[in-house]
Design a protein around this ligand. Sequence first.
Ligand code: 5GP
Ligand code: MN
Length: 319
Amino acid sequence: MTLDNILEEIKKAQNIVVLTHESPDGDAVSSSLSVMHAVKQLGKKVDVIIPEYSKDFNFLPGAELILKEGTIKNYDLAISVDCTDLKRLVGSKEYFETAKTTIEVDHHSVNAMFADYSYVDPAAPSCCQVLIAMFEYYGVEITKDLATCILTGIITDTGGFQWGGVTPETFEFAAELIRKGAKIKEICRIALRKKSKAHCELEKLVYNRLEYIEDGKIALAYLTLEDYKNLNTEMGDDEGLVEMLRDIEGVEVAVLLKEKEGTNGFKISLRSHETVNVSDIALLLGGGGHRGAAGCFIAGTVEQAKTKIVNAIKHELEK
Ligand code: 5GP
Ligand code: MN
């Protein structure tokens, strides 16, 4: 069974590297650190490589150990978490490609199964929930540090237990993690509700540029590189903006186009209430994600990207 094989590989490896997807969110950073804490219990040397992430996650126990690049070139074992395919391991892909053995743990329903051992549970609302189930099976001790990381991943990827995939089991895990010492109030304040001033300025821009399309079923806004530069933003400042559009009355699909440096194009964030499957829309354009939250990249000007994404959404709405 894959779970047993994974444990065996971890036990065999002398040096391990943990990797996650580009523009890492709370679940990505928390999953990476959770694996680090668990693997350390087995007495292994483990590096976590995340080239860039929001400083908001520096409250997570072990965040001070996150590296921008590896301490060696060829690891015995590479573990990817919360990532759908190899091309999303931006800045850390080489470590995955050169590792002797590879493992991935994920919860996205469309996953390229790109490792020697892929463990994917699409029913789980966060990768951290997949991990806690694995750790229980392995008999890993859930320390306060580990509990804090896991609960942060669950909370950020479910918008505080509100989004798809949350089941009674999610609350049972959360209760256990709180018993182990995770501070839910602190986690929610820092990882869920805290907004920077730059975020509030981006919020103003998004509301000013908000367009309703298809009788208000689509809410769309965009942010340019110039906006980000003018406001001196940091990574993570635009988190939560697309959800804000999704929650407007009558909106079925929310779209935020974010111009990306050095790409001549836009990263597209899509959200829905899960009646419309935005993952299908993103997949059509080479991206992916979940039924209610997905993304892709579109090259071109803002007008070109807008036309392309709106046509793809209209096509999905007509289904
Ligand atoms: P976000 O809009 O927050 O960047 O991403 C929402 C969800 O879609 C996340 O689960 C994220 O992993 C996924 N996602 C975003 N962009 C891409 C992409 O280009 N490819 C794939 N496969 N998934 C993506
Ligand atoms: Mn996730």
